[in-house]
Design a protein around this ligand. Sequence first.
Ligand SMILES: [Zn+2]
Length: 411
Amino acid sequence: MKILIKDVLLNQSETDILIKDNIFYRIGKSEEPVEADLIINGKDKAILPPFYNLHCHAGMNILRGYVEDLPLFEWLQRIWKREAELTAEDIYNGTRLAILEMIKSGTVFFADMYWFHHSILKAVEEMGIRANIGVCLMDNLGQETLDKNFAFLNEYAHYGNPLITFAPAPHAIYTCSGVLYKRAFECAERNSMFMQTHLSETVSEVEDCKKQHSNKTPVEYLRDLGVLSERTIAAHCVHFNVNDAEIFAECKSVAVHNPCSNMKLSSGIFNMPLMKEKHCKIALGTDGCSSNNNLSMTEEMKFACLLAKVGFQSADALKAEEVFEIATKAGAEYYGIKAGEIKEGMFADCILVDLNNEKMQPNGNVIYNMVYSADSSCIDTLICNGKVLMEHHKVRNEEEIIERAKYYAKH
Ligand SMILES: [Zn+2]
């Protein structure tokens, strides 16, 4: 399969891009006529890398707007009560709604952490996006369920679809014992997987950890358990001190910033200047739809910049080019996906942005516009691994996905 994108703007100059199978095969105008199975008119469009959302609970899209305006622990109690009633069908339909929203807002990959992994796998596979499906682990699931979850992870470690990987995902230090963390990390190491978790999200998590574990911060506690490495992908990482940031940099673990969720649940401000200074691996994620309430990475980029600027009273606490790289190339790289840049030989993941959209003009700097001005309506086309998943804002089956999500949200 060959796709030719003609007359598209790349780095502010017009060019042609040939995608062969799943890679960017040639970038540049050709003297000879080029044959292709599909020709996309790129006139008045910019080609950019798409987004890699490194922390999400996609199934929670079915709970959008269910409970609002509470602090984290009260909010969690209400959400957990409702989640206990959710079925495999609810999660399947919630995840499809989430993936539809992600495709429409320019995302080709998400790291997910939730229940009913078979439902999530089915939804991801049908819709053709990339995902790291984190199997959520907590002690209160009971030994039998935990054993089943680990058996699933071992069985699916080398799953046939190259777009999909799995991860053990111990929920957090306040829901998982040290024994469970170690078991999860060993599973990740044995199967060459990543391990996802939530970490240092609130002040009370840090204080409780210090009380329970000889004055250790959550980062020190996990380091001493031996579960921090480049396989460890930790969401939030809000309340890191200097030593925590140094440990993360040394272990090469990934800190996923979730600015909307941290603001909405009043969890605190991610220490962007500290994390940058210590050369930590920083990625970006939306978190689940109940704490955001959407999955737009363009919004997440803008909030990340604004939060850093206001939080640290510094205009360059996080710049547009930096956050764009964090949301695209960096996320792909941390997950070992050879994508996130429009370059020959890379996997063909990209978005085409409509430069005739009023939010994209004047187009002095497309990255400034994407970070501070754009929303999903500016994204016209999305290609994931050489397949067009959205063209002219249309995604296959979108009406049916929305109808079914409406039905399942009520039942
Ligand atoms: Zn989360």
